[in-house]
Design a protein around this ligand. Structure first.
Ligand code: FRU
Length: 481
């Protein structure tokens, strides 16, 4: 792939060429290598002709493109989304001579039906053989897809979407080949128009040795902000039934470019697709021969917030492998402003502490701007610390002119119950992500300036006496160089 185009993210994964959507089959192998497959059209820059592309990484940031892993059997079918599992005990019977077996479980999309199929790999996930007994699950539906399989005690458990019925089915199996229906969860909170890409995962609970369950459902179209988004539910799972703790809808992102996220097999680590079906097929990166990138990898946990119930926290996965030289900004940012230039992209980290007894002026805030060298375009964001809408993070991509589309809306915001203590962000050419309080709140936003954003200005104002804001930023590496 040619990764030199100015829209190409430097630390977020994007495909060598063509069109990419959902991450699929995420797993970590026994040598510690992370495998990511993805919905892939290798022959065009719009969705269609779905294959499973493949990339591997030692750290979830430096990716090596691998040969395509799964091909559709003919020109009218597509290999849709799904997951992968490790089968060291040969429960499937595919692996009499190896403990390195990998099984992919995916949807075969044909003009009349969506059925679930298996393909198995003897070489740790590089090449796959479709199972001769496919399909393994066929309910005669053309809206039945995206199997995500996990291990629960000694059983395989699948969650799968009956997309247009607003139902997530749970199935169980001892060998991945024969599946029994265990339960359905239906019409939970946000409906949108279709349910897609469910995930069921056990996550660590913050500050505890316990774990808790989360079900995620991706909804498209019909997200509150338009197009696609992912909602999640913390709850209880007993091997056959999932029960949410409460009936509240929680979204995994406050902007619009984070969809169809998947968890790595048996890991609390996830990656999402950093785009939106509302405009993904028309974004201007096609001029560089590719469309769509993934989100940063995230380390997820659950936190009991008390009256607001259980929330998922999506921390950026260890960023140390992507930091290049530190940039020379003023470190103490209380009631002042600082600016500097960067080349590839920028990672910033801001820590906020207030004195115990604090009186704010009516409007205290932090504001930042990424701007281009000569076109006057910019991407802005900030955090409102006091005023009529306190504890509010916001983003604005309105002053960029490389792309326009009715669903490509400009401004996003989210409010918290108490002031943020830490804000980190990554500007990566055509993608900006902000992580408030280590991922208690996350905003992922595609941006298309006509020239790279290479200048960063950040300021705070009207902070109370004794407030401390420490700020640092680094140039990010070009992982493709
Ligand atoms: C979600 C999705 C899945 C489907 C895949 C097809 O983005 O629509 O439901 O399997 O994309 O590429």
């Amino acid at each position: 792939g040619d990764y030199t185009g100015p829209y190409r993210p430097r630390v977020h994964y994007s495909p060598p060429k063509g069109f990419m959507n959902d991450p699929n089959g995420l797993f970590k192998d026994n040598n510690g290598t992370w495998h990511m497959y993805y919905q892939y059209n290798p022959t065009d820059v719009v969705a269609g002709n779905q294959h499973w592309g493949h990339a591997t990484s030692p750290d979830l940031y430096h990716w090596t493109n691998q040969p395509i892993a799964l091909f559709p059997p003919n020109s009218t079918s597509g290999v849709f989304s799904g997951s992968a599992v490790l089968d060291p005990n040969n429960t499937s019977g595919f692996f009499p001579n190896t403990t390195e077996g990998v099984v992919a479980i995916y949807t075969l999309n044909t003009p009349t039906k969506q059925t679930q199929e298996l393909a198995y790999s003897f070489d740790g996930g590089y090449t796959f053989t479709p199972y001769s007994g496919n399909p393994v699950l066929d309910v005669n539906s053309n809206q039945f897809r995206d199997p995500k399989v996990i291990r629960y005690d000694d059983t395989w458990v699948m969650v799968i979407a009956f997309a247009s019925e607003y139902v997530i089915g749970i199935y169980t199996s001892s060998d991945l080949k024969e599946w029994s229906h265990a339960s359905n969860i239906s019409h939970i909170d946000l409906l949108g128009i279709q349910y897609e890409c469910p995930n069921l995962v056990s996550l660590p609970i913050s500050n505890s040795s316990e774990t808790g369950w989360v079900l995620t459902i991706s909804v498209n179209p019909g997200a509150p902000l338009g197009g696609s988004i992912t909602e999640y539910f913390a709850g209880e799972f007993n091997g056959t039934h999932f029960k949410p703790h409460d009936g509240a809808t929680r979204l995994s992102n406050f902007a619009k470019d984070d969809y169809a996220g998947q968890f790595f097999y048996d890991q609390p680590i996830s990656i999402g697709w950093a785009s939106n079906w509302g405009y993904t097929n028309t974004v201007p990166t096609a001029s560089e021969g590719w469309r769509s990138a993934m989100t940063l990898p995230r380390k997820n946990s659950l936190v009991d917030t008390g009256i607001r119930g259980w929330e998922m926290v999506q921390e950026i996965y260890d960023v140390s492998p992507i930091l290049s030289q530190q940039l020379s900004f003023t470190q103490n940012l209380a009631n002042t402003s600082t600016e500097a230039s960067f080349n590839n992209g920028l990672y910033f980290d801001m820590n906020i502490t207030f004195p115990e007894k604090v009186t704010f002026s009516s409007y205290a805030s932090m504001n930042f701007t990424f701007s281009t060298n000569s076109t006057g375009e910019s991407v802005k964001g900030g955090y409102i610390l006091a005023g009529s809408t306190p504890y509010t993070a916001w983003l604005d991509r309105g002053k960029t002119s490389g792309f326009d589309s009715p669903l490509f809306t400009d401004k996003f915001s989210v409010s918290q119950v108490s002031p943020a203590k830490r804000i980190t962000g990554v500007m990566d050419r055509s993608l900006f992500e902000v992580y408030v309080d280590d991922g208690a709140v996350v905003g992922t936003m595609d941006v298309y300036p006509t020239e790279p954003l290479t200048k960063f200005t950040i300021s705070t104002g009207d902070l109370p006496e004794g407030a401390q804001i420490t700020f640092s930023a680094w140039e990010i590496q070009d992982t493709w160089a």
